[in-house]
Ligand binder design. Structure first.
Ligand SMILES: *[C@@H]1O[C@H](CO)[C@@H](O)[C@H](O)[C@H]1NC(C)=O
Ligand SMILES: *[C@@H]1O[C@H](CO)[C@@H](O)[C@H](O)[C@H]1NC(C)=O
Ligand SMILES: *[C@@H]1O[C@H](CO)[C@@H](O)[C@H](O)[C@H]1NC(C)=O
Ligand SMILES: *[C@@H]1O[C@H](CO)[C@@H](O)[C@H](O)[C@H]1NC(C)=O
Ligand SMILES: *[C@@H]1O[C@H](CO)[C@@H](O)[C@H](O)[C@H]1NC(C)=O
Length: 732
């Protein structure tokens, strides 16, 4: 037995050798091959198929174009008979006997290699017709026993792909009289399991997926194989490199995944290589000819930095008279921000529509309505859906996405420093999030390109033409069980429309809306923990980082350091927050807010803890002040433990000055919160030992000096207006 196996291996080996050496002369020329496929509609999958065919120079003839599809939907019932009818009709006119016909599906098929390899493998199969194989039998399980056994590999045929000589295929379909919704799979199966017909037509099955890979039932067998600047799908069970990859049955997402790479759309060597002629450059257009875009802005929960969102929207690089705004402002906390933006800038846009909280419209309904604003408007070319928590840092995002010329495309955004993003690379069996093999590489930018994926949210561009064809259903976002985003993506997938995510540029990030309190006047001040990056951009002085890097700290007096720390907005927000709170201390010596109840050097002030800002302020000191102290006082590391943090108000008729004093601190931080000569006259600080004054404080700049001993100091009189400073007494 053992010897026999060995022998038969040797024979196979010899045959392979023979075919390699001898076969070269009798090679079927590539011109003999004709690819036939049925596509009644030009789906995104069909276009992908054609691109892959073109890549390898296959000659393709499309059957049934423009006809109504009556072959069933395949998911719920058999069908596909219409394909056999069309094939039969197409073959009737063909005469050339030695023509080779490859008949395959196209909505979910890509070529992984060219005609030469396909024909060689066909010849090596030594039959007149070779069917793709399947490991699962359908639609009639009772026919299982009638299938011939195979030594290794799949026993069953797949009607979605076969190759053969024209006369044999003609013969095979000659008796077809079925209806369009009859099963093509059953029809071919019955021919195959009939020993006489199998023999006379000379049919075999591609058991080990050398030519065809059907993915249904084989997901674990197929992996991407990168080699020498090329990418293939490899069947690891049979160690083969199939030429035709078919996402049959419920494996549409897997073929989408493989199609991101095959044929050579992305390789390690070349990166992403889009088909240039598929792009839609805007550079050739005058601004007045730019596509019209409805920007749908959805504000559906209390969200930090909404004012910043609108500032960025204004900076978006796109002619505003080609933009229409649809704003769903569901949350009462943001009505004022929306109103103020529209009052100042609304007229710049071609049209503005607002759905306010009083309309009590839910998120899904608003999204349906926003999309309909474009669908119904024949001038509209795109919907750009933008949730309020999106931080779109790239001003060119809209142009970049339009130029991709895709049905639905999202800019990739992530949550700062996390693997969380606005797309999913795969779906679980239940339709929820699953991680694709390449997800982390895409999110972290190790693989860069444009990726066909099953789910996007938060920000994406949709072509109006798709809304008017495949996606005419008004209620795309509505579902009994799914949230609006999932319902939308489900609708898209079920219509065979592709969605993509683009990570070729840095587009921005997404805010966390967790733990957002709305009880303050300027709630964003409290976001230093939840959204630290946005907090820094909003509230830290734009020159702080450069100051740190280039050591631009000034020294106006001995051992007094002066540096930019707060943005204008930060200063204003802190002052306004304090005035909004309003419980200024009387400036007397008795102070129940501090330990001991007695204040040596009383000021009119409000402590940070009175507005529940103590934790946030401490974090600010640690993140932005401690690095300065470490730089200026080498070897001194502070935990920024701070017995006192407060905002002081100086006013001529209240408390205009502070007499000379020491601070109860190792060092003191004193931040000017408004501007001399604009908001007040006078003011400043004098260090008596050095007879040195800082008489022109700069708004947003901090003074840092030792608290005791050497730095006996006074607050100079404010002679007009109101002056505010923020002070921290810092101990080790
Ligand atoms: C396809 O054909 C063109 C010219 O007809 C040729 O330049 C190109 O190299 C061919 N590509 C492949 C993959 O064979
Ligand atoms: C077609 O029908 C004829 C007549 O019934 C039969 O002899 C022949 O085997 C059939 N061919 C196929 C491929 O089914
Ligand atoms: C096929 O279509 C016919 C009507 O043309 C219908 O009566 C029949 O039930 C359909 N069969 C299947 C399997 O859907
Ligand atoms: C199929 O045709 C080949 C020649 O092309 C032949 O060698 C082989 O025996 C045939 N197989 C059957 C089952 O008739
Ligand atoms: C930051 O520094 C630049 C260059 O010195 C200056 O022009 C700019 O005004 C500074 N920004 C602010 C807010 O002071």
């Amino acid at each position: 037995m053992r010897q026999w196996t060995f022998l038969s291996f040797a024979v196979i080996f010899l045959c392979e050798l023979f075919s390699l050496t001898n076969g070269a002369e009798q090679r079927i020329p590539e011109e003999k091959l004709l690819v036939l496929t049925v596509a009644t509609k030009e789906t995104d999958g069909f276009r992908r198929f054609l691109r892959s065919a073109k890549h390898f120079n296959y000659t393709v003839k499309v059957l049934g174009r423009g006809q109504k599809w009556k072959g069933g939907d395949y998911m719920t019932s058999p069908g596909g008979g219409q394909k056999v009818s069309l094939l039969k009709a197409a073959l009737e006119g063909m005469k050339t006997k030695d023509k080779i016909i490859l008949f395959i599906d196209s909505y979910d098929v890509v070529f992984a290699s060219g005609p030469k390899e396909l024909l060689k493998k066909f010849q090596q199969a030594r039959h007149k017709v070779v069917f793709s194989s399947e490991s699962l039998i359908w639609p009639d399980r009772h026919l299982e026993d009638k299938h011939p056994h195979v030594r290794e590999g799949n026993r069953f045929i797949g009607a979605g792909g076969f190759i053969g000589f024209l006369p044999n295929i003609k013969e095979m379909v000659s008796n077809w009289t079925g209806k369009d919704n009859d099963s093509d799979q059953l029809f071919f199966t019955k021919i195959y399991i009939d020993p006489a017909k199998r023999k006379s037509i000379n049919i075999t099955v591609d058991t080990k997926c050398r030519l065809f890979q059907n993915l249904h039932g084989a997901l674990d067998e197929v992996v991407l194989k990168f080699e020498d600047g090329r990418v293939r799908a490899r069947n690891v069970l049979y160690d083969t490199l199939p030429v035709v990859i078919h996402g049959n049955g419920p494996t549409k997402l897997q073929i989408n995944y493989l199609g991101n790479y095959i044929p050579n759309t992305w390789t390690f060597e070349t990166g992403y290589t889009p088909c240039q002629e598929d792009l839609r450059p805007l550079t050739a257009l005058k601004e007045s000819e730019y596509p019209v875009v409805v920007i749908g802005i959805f504000i559906q929960q209390p969200t930090p930095f909404v004012s910043v969102f609108f500032e960025r929207l204004l900076k978006l690089q796109y002619p505003k008279d080609r933009l229409k705004l649809f704003i769903h402002s569901q949350d009462v906390h943001h009505v004022a921000q929306v109103t103020s933006f529209l009052k100042d800038h609304g007229r710049l846009y071609q049209e503005v529509k607002v759905i306010g909280p009083q309309e009590e419209m839910d998120g899904a309904a608003a999204r349906n309505l926003g999309f309909d604003m474009c669908r119904q408007d024949k001038d509209c070319d795109y919907v750009f859906s933008l949730d309020i928590e999106v931080v779109l840092k790239n001003d060119n995002a809209l142009k970049i996405l339009i130029e991709q010329n895709l049905p639905i495309v999202a800019p990739m955004i992530t949550r700062a420093g996390r693997l969380w993003s606005n797309f999913w690379g795969a779906l679980s069996a239940e339709g929820y999030y699953a991680r694709s093999e390449d997800y982390v590489d895409i999110v972290q930018g190790r693989r860069v390109g444009v990726w066909n994926i099953p789910y996007v949210a938060n920000v994406y561009l949709v072509k109006a033409s798709v809304l008017r064809s495949e996606l005419t259903d008004y209620e795309l976002f509505t579902s009994q069980i799914l949230d609006a985003d999932m319902a939308f993506c489900h609708s898209i997938r079920s219509k065979g429309v592709f969605m993509f995510v683009n990570n070729m540029h840095t587009f921005g990030r997404i805010l966390s809306t967790d733990n957002y309190q709305t009880g303050h006047l300027h709630n964003d001040l409290w976001q230093i923990f939840e959204n630290p990056m946005d907090w820094q951009e909003r509230y830290i002085h734009e020159n702080y980082t450069r100051m740190m890097k280039e050591k631009l700290v000034e020294t106006p007096c001995p051992d007094v350091y002066w540096f930019p720390i707060f943005s204008d907005v930060a200063c204003n927000h802190v002052v306004e927050e304090m005035e909004h709170f309003g419980k200024w201390s009387g400036g007397g010596n008795v102070d129940t807010r501090i330990q001991g109840g007695y204040e040596n050097v009383p000021t009119v002030d409000i402590h940070m803890n009175q507005i529940n800002f103590e934790k946030e302020w401490h974090k600010f000191l640690l993140e932005f002040i401690a690095p300065v102290t470490e730089k200026m006082y080498p070897g001194y590391y502070t935990k920024c433990s701070t017995p006192l943090n407060f905002v002081v108000r100086y006013k001529p008729d209240e408390q205009p000055l502070l007499l000379p004093h020491h601070d109860a601190s190792t060092f003191t931080i004193n931040i000017a919160l408004n501007s001399k000569d604009v908001d007040y006259q006078g003011g400043g600080c004098r260090f008596l030992r050095y007879d040195c004054s800082i008489s022109a404080p700069r708004k947003g700049w901090a003074l840092m000096h030792p608290g005791r001993l050497t730095h006996y100091h006074e607050g100079l009189p404010t002679t007009a207006g109101v002056r505010y400073i923020a002070v921290s007494f810092v101990d080790p």
